[in-house]
Design a protein around this ligand. Sequence first.
Ligand code: SAM
Length: 308
Amino acid sequence: MLACDPAKRLSFNQTISNGDLVIVYEKHDSMKAVTASEGSILQNRYGVFKHSDWIGKPFGSKVFSSKGGFVYLLAPTPELWTLVLSHRTQILYIADISFVIMHLEIVPGCLVLESGTGSGSLTTSLARAVAPKGHVYTFDFHEQRAGSARDDFERTGLSSLVSVGVRDIQGEGFPDEFTGTADSVFLDLPQPWLAIPSAAKMLKQDGTFCSFSPCVEQVQRSCEALRTYFTDIRTFEVLLRTYEVREGKMESLHEESNGSNGSLPSKRRQCSDGNYMFSSTISTVMAKPSGEARGHTGYLTFARLKCL
Ligand SMILES: C[S@@+](CC[C@H](N)C(=O)[O-])C[C@H]1O[C@@H](n2cnc3c(N)ncnc32)[C@H](O)[C@@H]1O
């Protein structure tokens, strides 16, 4: 998921090797993660794809099946991983994730504490943000879920940047060994206010805090708890509006039969004032709001540790 040499950016020149994780992209709402393996095949509605054809090709390549269908082989970035990972819980998506990373001011080298880990969607982006020298310590009280997240971080090549612990953070707080060391703390818990005193204890002076909650009642209780230790408390709801860009037909009205559309066939229409207008149909690229746009996901409450 990350280039080994931090000086090199993941680029389209990087080639696929045997054992690499690849995002097989059919279209924006249809893709899956596949480990390229010499001798294996991928079968989908576009035909049969031999993995051996993928090996040695640059990420971003278009590859063809035996019956002429095609898919793209993309590098497994955190943005794409979030769209293909297996959902063991509700997850955070790109709009919230990017907002969290920006507002928490997470940069390479940061130490970040997180709970709950859930499906590791946010953790994956946190790991990339702190790489190559920082670290994310993430905790979930659900042992099996923590184990699956650990397996995923192995698979995505992030295990050196993330440690997964099994712990009841609402009941016990974060481990004492992190006291005063964290640049940022992120909570996605059902009762985050219970973990806020511990979060405050873990943060460095001026450290940043964020809590994600789907319900406003959770936000109210969290804000009450935050006021004891934190300043600059702000809550946001990120609403994303996506557009579909597609080719379509559009009617164009003009005053003359050979008006702005040159030689296109036009129909004559009489207007209410008795004058004639000409209409012709033209092909154009249009952007329209997507019908499947996501609405409310949750509220993000940010705060900064009070300086003593
Ligand atoms: C909604 S999920 C987190 C999803 C995650 N943010 C993501 O993007 O994939 C919430 C997680 O919190 C965990 N959790 C709930 N109560 C907890 C507690 N007291 N201590 C630690 N983890 C807890 C649950 O097991 C669950 O995995």
